[in-house]
Write a protein that binds this ligand. Structure first.
Ligand code: TTP
Ligand code: MG
Length: 368
């Protein structure tokens, strides 16, 4: 698609979603050039039940993906090169790329180390269109970091995020204002934020495979199938997503949530997930010198009922273990309900200081 002829009309927002290609694996290939062109993965040892965190595009041709067991990755590709994760380096690359993003617009919302939304509505002029801004962004990241990002450009977060995935690696996808619905229509339902494998299966069993097939349902259908999220799921199917880009200065909480691949009622599994999510949030708070007084647990049951439980403490928390203690306690109080859960989230709010905060990050939704 031509990228220089899109002028977003004034009533539209211009949102870019940018995401590194094979982030951890690409950093390894950049720093160890002998790995260029080779199937590379970053992750733990197979003998320690390690999983693949990131797979180079060469490794993906063998069917290797993030989150699969490392032992399986080696079976798929015996000549695979495995590198252990170097989180310090990835964090430093992330902070540099976020600086590049913020030099273009202050309206940057980082979602994880490797992806962010940029609201470039105000950067637009008659000569400088959002796709040109996106191309310039890609060039700067390459020139300064020797890494590639893929970007999506559209009028909303939801559409731009889906778009940035369409031409990976090293690609750009532009969705013009007014064509969002047409763009989304042929895509599989699980492209929509919040539709995980279980929901996809259920929708497929109704004969609904694409977003277009979902979008024609009326609001009451969405409400009975998605509960309180019905309206926003429907809007997303129509390409409408009014959520603004939220920078860290406006952010009032840090949270991490995950959709389970298989719904679970097993207390051990649920506790483990809560510990991991608490760790995500703890890392986020600690790296920014932020402490919060309120810990929140979010649970969505298999029948789409969402409950949140929160507790405020007098001594603000920051460490993963402090957050986990409270979140697990909140979880224990819910377990006697004997529900099966499909989504779990942990969050901390009520900050005492944002002075040292450099950049907020809402940790990624990560499938199990
Ligand atoms: P992604 O952006 O999902 O994956 P990616 O950058 O490796 O590949 P691409 O975007 O080109 O599809 O995640 C960014 C990083 O987050 C990834 O490099 C490693 C980490 N990660 C995990 O540790 N575990 C996971 O299950 C996933 C999905 C990512
Ligand atoms: Mg990525």
């Amino acid at each position: 698609m031509p990228t220089d002829d899109l002028r977003l009309a004034e009533q539209y927002k211009a949102i870019i979603h940018a995401d590194f290609d094979a982030f951890y694996a690409s950093v390894e290939q950049r720093d160890y050039p002998e790995l260029n062109g080779k199937p590379v993965v970053v992750g733990g040892k197979p003998e320690n039940r390690g999983v693949v965190a990131s797979a180079s595009y060469e490794a993906r041709t063998f069917g290797i993906r993030s989150a699969i067991p490392m032992s399986r990755a080696y079976r798929l590709c015996p000549q695979l090169v495995r590198r252990p994760a170097r989180f310090e380096i990835y964090r430093s690359v992330s902070s540099k790329v976020m600086d590049i993003f913020r030099s273009i617009t202050p309206l940057v919302e980082s979602l994880s180390l490797d992806e962010a939304y940029l609201d470039v509505t105000e950067c637009e002029t008659s000569e400088i269109t959002p796709p040109l801004i996106a191309q310039a962004l890609r060039k700067r990241v390459w020139d300064e970091l020797s890494l590639t990002i893929s970007v999506g450009v559209s009028t909303s977060k939801c559409v731009s995020k889906i778009a940035s995935d369409m031409n990976k690696p090293d690609g750009i996808t532009v969705v013009r204002p007014g064509t969002e619905r047409q763009f989304l229509s042929p895509l599989p339902v699980q492209s929509i934020w919040g539709i995980g494998p279980k929901t996809m299966e259920r929708l497929n069993s109704y004969g609904i495979n694409t977003i277009g097939e979902l979008a024609i349902r009326d609001i009451s259908w969405f409400e009975s199938n998605f509960g309180s999220n019905g309206r926003s799921v429907r809007n997303m199917c129509l390409g409408e997503d009014p959520r603004p880009v939220i920078t860290h200065r406006q952010r009032k909480s840090f949270s991490s949530e995950t959709t389970l691949v298989d719904d679970s009622e097993d207390p051990e599994i649920l506790r483990e997930i809560v510990i991991r999510l608490s760790n995500d949030v703890g890392v986020s708070l600690s790296s920014r010198g932020v402490r919060g007084k309120t810990v929140k647990l979010k649970l969505r049951s298999s029948d789409f009922v969402t409950v949140t439980r929160q507790r405020s403490v007098t001594e603000p928390v920051q460490l993963s273990s402090e957050i986990a203690d409270i979140a697990i306690d909140l979880l224990s109080q819910e377990l006697n309900q004997k529900n099966s859960y499909r989504l779990i989230g942990v969050g901390v709010s009520g900050f005492d200081s944002l002075e040292n905060s450099q950049d907020a990050m809402q940790l990624r939704l990560e499938g199990f």
